[in-house]
Design a protein around this ligand. Sequence first.
Ligand SMILES: Nc1ncnc2c1ncn2[C@@H]1O[C@H](COP(=O)(O)OP(=O)(O)O)[C@@H](O)[C@H]1O
Ligand SMILES: [Mg+2]
Length: 408
Amino acid sequence: MKLGILSRAPNVYSTQRLKTAALDRGHEVRVLNTLRFAIDLADDEPALQYRGKTLSEYDAVLPRIGASITFFGLAVVRQFEQMDVYTPNTAAGIANSRDKLRSIQILSRHDIGIPATTFVRDRQDVLAAIDRVGGAPVVIKLLEGTQGIGVILAPDTKVAEAIIETLQSARQNVLIQRFIAESKGRDVRALVVGDRVVAAMRRKAQGDEFRSNVHRGGTTEAVTLDPEFERVAVQAAQIMGLRVAGVDMLEADDGPLVMEVNSSPGLEGIETATGLDIAGSIVDYIADQVDFPELDVRQRLTVSTGYGVAELLMREGADMIGKTIADSGLRDQDITVLTLTRGTKVIPNPRNDRVLEPDDRLLCFGKLDSMRHLVPEKSRRRLRRKIKPLPAEPIHDVEAQSVGPGDS
Ligand SMILES: Nc1ncnc2c1ncn2[C@@H]1O[C@H](COP(=O)(O)OP(=O)(O)O)[C@@H](O)[C@H]1O
Ligand SMILES: [Mg+2]
């Protein structure tokens, strides 16, 4: 394949290793400076200029987009996607991971542990917010910090309030997060490639520092992860839309808590700690997937009027429970089951003779009208509201009644 590594740093360890790994495997590879692209949108076909010339054809790109050039870098990656060039990390995936709030918002609805976190804007809401995540000491984070910069441990409520106020007055958005004391300056970095963890290390903070980032002097050692840590790391990366990712987890008393998912994980620390050829795994994965560029399933599937995708839930007591998919009557209603999620297990293309169990979730494609009565209560209510506004209801909750000045 012909691979482009999108990076502004051709000589750093990670870029060098990826390039060498590709060459060793007989691929054609070039490091392309992300900032030297021009995105041309006038033509019928999306195209890219590189250093003033039309870019030749590439099979795949591997984005290594630094935080300081996120906006332009994502535009370049998105353009490659429009050109059907394979990328393990999509622009949307990278954007998700760049913002600590956005990423844990996305993870929070899934079966992935995250440290209790809150996001507030008004000064009057800060104290209660700190309380809700367990009180001081409490962690305060800038939404877009990296390498430990912008992560602060506030020892008491007064200091926490002062820090938050200071940062907000400097127009910085901050998260308030529970301090996971039992992790004691340690965390785990799992390197996910595709649907597996290819390497993992534990990082330990130096001295009385609580941040274990290598850039803050943290030390590293190879670890073998518990299956639960592996599952969480792989699923977190998948949910974010990243096929190459560094997933950072705290080791809490009740299991892994994901702090963040990095879309351009550095390779030096983890290859040194584990002695593994991670660059090779990444290149092999890209070569394996290169024929399957990202496509937006929902966008493509919903072009036929009245059809779409929906997730159906087998509620306790539902008629279909105990029946096979073949006997469930779904097919007769023009509904096809794409995947079945049972607990933390996902079964793609489930067979017709598979028996449905309570709490199974079926990702289906079919006539929206036929699926309407099968979607879970909550999303159904939302759907109805979208179609026709519900009649006005008397106001019950205090919050809605006490809309004061400044709330609009
Ligand atoms: N809620 C927390 N409880 C305990 N330690 C934390 C918490 N959040 C972060 N840390 C420590 O701080 C480090 C940096 O935090 P992280 O959210 O990963 O930011 P960055 O993007 O700067 O690496 C983590 O690796 C971990 O050691
Ligand atoms: Mg981190």
